[in-house]
Design a protein around this ligand. Structure first.
Ligand SMILES: *Cc1c(COP(=O)(O)O)cnc(C)c1O
Length: 395
């Protein structure tokens, strides 16, 4: 069992909270939709909350509870709520905290679907939203209205790598009685714990660093207090965005190596970033571990390390980006991030191709921008792969 004093790399293994009556060392998969009541009184006690017995998997399940508890311990929060995907976590937060006529302030480089679902679904229920460059706290301050109920952030943001001052935003929000939710997917609790800076909710796509093996889609919410936990839990249970036990088992296994995976990938990421910064085909690079990053000092203050994600720009724009994508051999050409395998993505020709050049420029996505998620392969092999592919770009 976890104790308060255990460090991160012990908690990932021994934290959580499921105990198997048969003594299984690893939390088993309780692949069941429903749970047997001992008798009518026990059933009644489970429903009233007097007993914490399980009822039905949409409401709770021991495999899922283990995962929820370990992530809550790692984030330093009250408790966790596992969701079917990162987006199920996002929509749970919106639905729980925003009512008709309410307003949300968010970052203009927030994960695309987090904005998309607000614009296409929640707006139809009379919810308003404003997107600003939250790396400047004054933009957030100016966007606050009397009906603002939620500040929804992502730091570092994707793929511009802009860092938002968590302590400053949380202070501002508290002064206005506004809740703060931070999407911590890019960092994982290993590198950043937003609740420590005053955030109310931490959100994860566990699909990325927490599971880390590119074989599960899953999400998690961790709250700072019980009231918010119950509010979010009720919405999730009633809207049905719950996790599945098998998904929870795989994610729980991924959690155990989170620290060592990130240490390894981050060490390579810094070396690769330093190498890319000097490469003649590279126009610019954004990596929080390089002193050239505009918020280098802030990153050092609020993140335990600069992470494993690199954005860089190619001199030859769109064509150069396509040549790089078509010539990498080790790096996998795919969206997503945070896995043990190195992934490369070219937003202008891939994720953001539909936006068109003008809107891409507005979102800070230039045609030569490449997003690189560093895996745990040999660093020399990753650099060699990038090097031979960059050499194919003319000029
Ligand atoms: C992937 C991602 C999400 C969405 O998570 P899914 O698990 O794909 O639903 C949300 N935020 C960020 C930053 C992400 O990278």
């Amino acid at each position: 069992m976890a104790t308060e004093k255990m460090g991160f790399n012990s908690t990932v293994i021994h934290g959580g909270g499921a105990s198997d009556p048969l003594g299984s060392a690893v939390t088993p998969i309780y692949q069941t939709s429903t749970f047997i009541f001992e008798n009518a009184d026990h059933g009644a006690a489970c429903f009233s909350g007097e007993s914490d017995g399980y009822i039905y998997t949409r409401i709770g399940n021991p495999t899922i509870r283990d995962l929820e508890k370990v992530i809550a311990q790692l984030e330093g929060g009250y408790d966790g709520i596992a969701t079917a995907s990162g987006m199920a976590a996002v929509t749970t937060v919106y639905a729980a905290l925003l009512s008709q006529g309410d307003h949300m302030v968010s970052h203009n480089a927030v994960y695309g679907p987090s904005r998309g679902v607000m614009d296409s679904v929640f707006s139809r229920f009379g919810i308003q939203s404003t997107y600003v460059d939250a790396t400047d706290i004054n933009h957030v301050k100016d966007a606050i209205r009397p009906n603002t109920k939620l500040i929804y952030l992502e730091t570092p943001a994707n793929p511009t790598m802009g860092i938002t001052d968590l302590e400053a935003v949380c202070k501002l929000a508290k002064a206005h009685g506004i809740k703060v939710c931070v999407d911590n997917t890019f960092c994982s609790p290993y590198l950043q714990r937003p609740l420590e800076y005053g955030a109310d909710i931490v959100l994860h796509s566990m699909t990325k660093f927490i599971n880390g093996h590119a074989d599960v889609v899953a999400g998690m919410l961790v709250t700072s207090d019980k009231e918010l936990y119950q509010q979010l839990r009720t919405v999730l249970v009633n809207m049905g965005g719950n996790m599945d036990p098998h998904q929870a088992y795989l994610a729980r296994r991924g959690v155990k190596t989170m620290g060592i995976r990130i240490d390894r990938a981050q060490e390579s990421a810094l070396r690769i970033a330093e190498w890319l910064e000097k490469h003649p085909k590279v126009e610019w690079i954004l990596y929080p571990g390089l002193p050239s990053h505009p918020q280098y000092e802030l990153g050092k203050k609020q993140m335990k390390g600069p992470g494993c994600m690199i954005s860089f720009g190619l001199k030859g724009g769109l064509d150069a980006g396509k040549i790089l994508m078509n010539n990498v051999k080790l790096a996998i050409l795919a969206v997503s991030l945070g896995g043990i395998e190195t992934l490369i993505q070219h937003p202008a020709s891939m994720t953001h191709s539909k936006l068109g050049p003008a809107k891409r420029a507005e979102a800070g996505i230039s045609d030569g921008l490449v997003r690189f998620s560093v895996g745990i392969e040999e660093c020399e092999d990753i650099i060699h792969d990038l090097s031979q592919a960059l050499d194919k770009i003319p000029g």
